[in-house]
Write a protein that binds this ligand. Structure first.
Ligand code: ZN
Length: 437
């Protein structure tokens, strides 16, 4: 098991307080922090750029916000929690009656201690989010309040982090996560931190990688759409991939299927869960969700899965201040990180080989693949197959169409063992690699 727990914990603590949104300095600061661990490129897409049916919005930044009561006491303070302010709130400074203010207050009666997380990206508006306890204790019907939001909404840009980890083949898998939530730990941040250390790990094994990995950190929806629009050609060729989110909660491990439930990425995820004896939950594909919504659209149809621990929508603290660093644990993220790594390690070796001798068997002895004395095949009783068996099976199945994962399923054997033997056959010029599958 790869152990990044300590570093995961450091980055959770470091990144949690930053005020992120779909644009703004908080996103840039977050991406710059990630550059300490991986050589991430930061891309800036300008406001007003048309990206398919969408337009990149103005950039939002916020310095301060509060509500004062009639005695001039700050009763709600952005500096205490950055989710007190509705994301993308416009500038406001005025005295206001409670009945007016009430229209701009959001709270959750069913979770009285939690501050809800709310956004207003595409409607110019302002608002405060407070706990129901605050609503009951700090506000009075006949009192006048002073509201102050020092925010800026101006032409700027939308920031994206991008890293291409190149393997032997130019064919790419996608790993995407979203960076747009402020101080929420399981939703958004856990996915960012997992993706960071997944990328760091892939860099350490880069010289062994068969395929290339496109790792992106985007604001949800608009960022994914902007990235697709600006990288249409490469994104249309992506093999399959992952949308990494909600991977750090105490709840159950599960996965959301890709749009084609028969695509093998779903099968590989289930295989890895079973290998790890994980009692998992299966969520069928749904057009509601995260950025798989964009990647699965007709023009792209990228099969992406999400392996999750306490999936979004499913846990009580979802989109509230209780989705914090007490709820999320570095060891949970590290556990799910290892599952992603195991899935990728299978996908990465899922190559199509082609036997160059389709007519009659290869004479193994001629290629130094057969024991010198006939008849005495060593049978490894721990395994089902001797090495000779596996060579023969590989030469039997690898026809330039069947991929190694298919072969491994038919033989009920791990892909790595087959991959190593297939490479040996390639070195002896008996097989070729046909990357397409
Ligand atoms: Zn969310």
């Amino acid at each position: 098991m790869i152990d990044f727990t300590e570093l995961i914990d450091i980055y959770l603590t470091k990144l949690f307080p930053i005020t992120r949104s779909i644009t703004g300095n908080g996103n840039r600061e977050t991406l710059k922090n990630l550059q300490e661990q991986i050589p991430l490129n930061i891309l800036e897409y300008l406001s007003n750029q048309k990206v398919y049916d969408w337009t990149i919005p103005k950039e939002w930044n916020i310095k301060d916000a509060w509500i004062k009561n009639s005695r001039g006491e700050k009763i709600i303070d952005f500096n205490v929690s950055n989710i007190h302010v509705v994301s993308y709130s416009i500038k406001v400074h005025k005295k206001i009656s409670f009945s007016e203010l009430k229209k701009n207050l959001h709270y959750l009666q069913e979770l009285p201690q939690a501050i809800p997380y709310r956004t207003s990206y595409y409607n110019e508006n302002w608002g405060f989010c407070i706990s129901y306890e605050q609503y009951q204790e700090l506000f009075n019907e006949d009192e006048e309040y002073e509201v102050y939001i020092d925010s800026q909404l101006e032409n700027g840009s939308l920031s994206i982090g991008e890293l291409l980890i190149e393997g032997k083949s130019k064919q790419e898998y996608l790993v995407s996560c979203y960076i747009c939530h402020p101080s929420l730990a399981n939703d958004s941040l856990s996915g960012v931190v997992l993706t960071l250390f997944l990328a760091k790990y892939l860099l350490t094994i880069q010289n062994t990688l068969e395929f290339s990995y496109r790792i992106i950190f985007v604001p949800e929806t608009i960022g994914a759409i902007a990235y697709l629009a600006n990288n249409e050609e490469v994104m249309k060729k992506i093999k399959s991939g992952f949308v990494v989110t909600t991977v750090g909660g105490p709840g159950q491990i599960g996965y959301k299927q890709s749009f084609d439930s028969n695509h093998k990425i779903n099968d590989i995820v289930k295989y890895v869960f079973n290998e790890n004896n994980i009692d998992y939950k299966e969520y069928p594909f749904d057009v509601r969700g995260s950025d798989e919504r964009q990647y699965s659209t007709q023009g792209f149809r990228i099969n992406t899965v999400t392996i999750t621990k306490d999936k979004y929508y499913e846990y009580d603290y979802y989109h509230t201040s209780l989705d914090n660093l007490e709820f999320v644990k570095a060891e949970y993220i590290n556990q799910v990180l290892n599952l992603y790594i195991q899935v990728i390690e299978i996908m990465d070796k899922d190559i199509v080989f082609k036997n160059k001798y389709p007519n009659g068997e290869v004479m193994l002895g001629k290629h130094d693949l057969y024991p010198k004395t006939g008849g005495a095949l060593v049978f490894d009783s721990a395994r089902q197959y001797s090495k000779i068996d596996l060579i023969l099976w590989l030469l039997f199945y690898c026809d330039g169409k069947m991929s190694l994962y298919e072969v491994s399923k038919r033989l009920n054997l791990d892909i790595k063992t087959l991959y190593d033997i297939a490479l040996e056959l390639k070195e002896k010029s008996i097989m070729d690699i046909v990357y397409e599958n």
